[in-house]
Design a protein around this ligand. Structure first.
Ligand code: MN
Length: 292
C-alpha cells in the first residue's frame, strides 16, 4: 500500500448566487482540472461557505426546475433547507442532515430556505453535489432518500480523536445509510485539534476533500485552510489528515463510471441525442408538475 499524494489544492473560487438563497463557490466542473471527467462520478459541486443571511419575510431559494440523468445530494452544515419535488416528496434538511435525490428519468423540484430559518436569519453553510448515474440507470424511476439525524451512521475514532459520520459507502465495517448506484464514499470527518486519522480508497477512485471548518495537514506536509479543496492523485491508496484545530472535513471518493458525459444545464446524459430528448420531454411536460 502506498501513499496517495495531493494532485491539486484549490482555494474557493469567487462565489455567485444560485437563485437568491444559495451563495456558492462552484468547484466542479468550473475550476480548471476539476472537470466532470476528472471528478467522475462527482460531476458538480457547489459549496455555500458559511454565510450570514439576515432575517427576511421573503422566500429565498430556487424555484421549480428539472433534472435528469444523475442524483443531487445536499449536505447541510448550518441553516435549514426545505424542498419539494414532482414525485410528491418533500422535507426539511437541517444541520447535520443529508438529502439524496435520484432524479434519474426526470423530476422537477424547488429548494428554499426553511421558513422559520428565513424569519430568524442566521448562518448558512451547505454542499450540493451532483453524482452521475451510469447509462443503464439514467432513465430509471426517480427516488428520494432523506438521511436525517437518526439515520446517520457514526464511527468514533480511537484516542478521543473525534468521529466520522458515514453518509454513503463504507468506513471500516460500517456502512452509510445512502443507497448508491455505483461505489461512492461520502464521510463527514470531525477531528479534534492535533489528532489524525487515515483513509484508504482504491487508487483508481476519484478522491478529494473539502475543509468545512478549521484547518488540517495532509500527509504530514501541506496545510489546508477552511473552504479549500484537495484533489488526490489516482496513485496510491492511503492518506492521512491531521487537524491543526478542531476541524470538519468532507471526504469524497468514488469509482469513475467512465462513460461519455454530455451535459447541458440541469441534464446530464451520455449522448447529444439523449440531451435533446431531455429538453423535448421537459418542454412536453413529461417531468410531471410542481406548483411554484
Ligand atoms: Mn436542483
Amino acid at each position: 500500500m502506498s501513499v496517495k499524494q495531493i494532485e491539486l489544492t484549490v482555494a474557493p473560487p469567487a462565489p455567485h448566487m444560485v437563485g437568491d438563497g444559495f451563495r456558492v463557490h462552484n468547484f466542479i466542473p468550473s475550476v480548471y482540472r476539476l472537470e466532470m471527467q476528472r471528478m467522475d462520478p462527482f460531476i458538480m459541486m457547489d459549496y455555500n461557505s458559511k454565510f450570514m443571511f439576515p432575517p427576511t419575510d421573503e422566500r429565498r431559494g430556487v424555484g421549480v426546475h428539472p433534472h435528469r440523468g444523475f442524483e443531487t445530494v445536499t449536505i447541510a452544515y448550518k441553516g435549514k433547507v426545505a424542498h419539494h419535488d414532482s414525485a410528491g416528496n418533500s422535507g426539511t434538511i437541517g444541520e447535520g442532515e443529508v438529502q439524496w435525490m435520484t432524479a434519474a428519468s426526470g423530476i422537477l423540484h424547488k429548494e428554499y430556505h426553511d421558513e422559520s430559518f428565513s424569519r430568524s436569519g442566521g448562518l448558512f453553510q451547505m454542499v450540493q453535489l451532483w453524482i452521475n448515474l451510469p447509462s443503464k440507470y439514467k432513465m430509471s424511476e426517480p427516488k428520494y432518500q432523506a438521511i436525517d439525524r437518526e439515520k446517520i451512521v457514526t464511527c468514533n475514532l480511537p484516542n478521543e480523536s473525534g468521529h466520522i459520520e458515514i453518509i454513503a459507502g463504507k468506513y471500516k465495517d460500517l456502512k452509510g445509510a445512502a443507497e448508491t448506484f455505483t461505489p461512492v464514499n461520502l464521510f463527514n470527518v470531525f477531528l479534534n485539534a492535533n489528532k489524525s486519522t487515515d483513509f484508504e480508497f482504491p487508487s483508481h477512485y476519484n478522491t478529494f476533500l473539502l475543509v468545512i471548518e478549521g484547518s488540517i495537514k495532509v500527509n504530514q506536509s501541506e496545510t489546508i485552510e477552511t473552504n479549500h479543496l484537495v484533489l488526490f492523485e489516482n496513485k496510491g491508496e492511503k492518506f492521512q489528515i491531521e487537524a491543526e484545530e478542531n476541524s470538519i472535513v468532507l471526504v469524497l471518493s468514488g469509482e469513475p463510471i467512465n462513460e461519455p458525459i454530455v451535459a447541458n444545464g440541469p441534464f446530464v446524459m451520455n449522448t447529444k441525442t439523449e440531451l435533446i430528448q431531455a429538453f423535448r420531454d421537459f418542454h412536453a411536460g413529461k417531468f410531471g408538475y410542481l406548483a411554484e
